[in-house]
Design a protein. Structure first.
Length: 275
């Protein structure tokens, strides 16, 4: 009991400790409470900003969590420093560990940064049909580290967000309209004006093909075995493939009934028999 009494500070020492650290502890506690309140307030404001700018829900949650954790760590370091604890060595150790961690996960961090940029800048969104990194498909999901595409033949393509955000991408769904291009070859002995008129008649009768911009046909090249007529028409993006395939078939059937030939490469072989 006597030994325990010896270990306890005397009233004078206790008073001295209170006078030395009491004010710092009180100030640190007030700073902690106010800091936590300000962080919560900031989170609510940022949440409203993200909702106004229509950020993806995944990105909203991630950014809010990242900002909250970062600010709370900084607040905790500040509070501990206010008490008088030296944080220099701890901060240096934390920085070295962060550097080593970053180097070890450089590829993952690149994908993470790319995902954040894709979700903020929105070069494409879920449901868009895009072509990127030698793949083409409909965007099924944009995650923090990778983007998932579904191809027309039901394949699932997972593309890392790092190269996806830094590379070129074609978004076929960004505009409500798309231009459909065809090239039809006719024989050199066929009537060009007749063939062009037949094509235009087919296009104007299809209600899915827009009148403005108007459909267009013209001779694009004189090939080895055919006169090539380019044809262009504008449609709503959702009608692109149906119109493309159906017009191809309809032009072939119309040419057949109207006597317009669609030539194909041919070669004449002469056999010389020895006498």
């Amino acid at each position: 009991m006597e030994k325990l009494t010896e270990l306890l500070p005397s009233s004078g020492e206790l008073y001295s400790l209170i006078m030395t650290y009491g004010g710092k502890l009180l100030l640190a506690l007030i700073t902690l409470v106010i800091g936590l309140w300000l962080i919560g307030r900031l989170k609510r404001v940022l949440k409203k900003v993200f909702e106004i700018r229509a950020y993806e829900q995944t990105l909203q949650q991630f950014l809010l969590q990242l900002i909250s954790v970062t600010l709370k760590i900084l607040l905790l370091i500040s509070v501990i420093s206010m008490i008088g604890v030296q944080m220099t060595s701890f901060i240096a150790l934390l920085g070295a560990a962060g550097l080593a961690f970053g180097l070890a996960l450089s590829g993952t961090l690149q994908n993470f940064a790319g995902g954040v940029m894709l979700l903020i800048l929105k070069p494409f969104k879920v449901g868009d049909y895009i072509e990127a990194q030698n793949y083409a498909g409909t965007v099924e999901e944009i995650q923090i580290f990778h983007t998932i595409l579904h191809t027309p033949d039901k394949k699932t393509i997972i593309i890392p967000n790092g190269p996806l955000s830094n590379g070129s991408a074609v978004n076929y769904s960004s505009s409500p309209l798309r231009r459909v291009d065809w090239t039809f070859g006719i024989g050199y002995t066929d009537d060009i004006d007749k063939a062009k008129q037949l094509i235009l008649d087919i296009l104007t009768k299809d209600q899915r093909i827009l009148e403005d911009p108007a459909p267009f046909t013209g001779v694009i090249s004189l090939g080895d075995s055919s006169v090539n007529i380019v044809t262009r028409g504008w449609v709503n993006s959702g009608d692109y493939w149906d119109v493309f395939f159906e017009i191809n078939e309809l032009v072939k059937k119309t040419f057949d009934t109207q006597g317009v030939s669609i030539p194909f490469p041919q070669r004449d072989v002469h056999i010389i028999q020895a006498k």
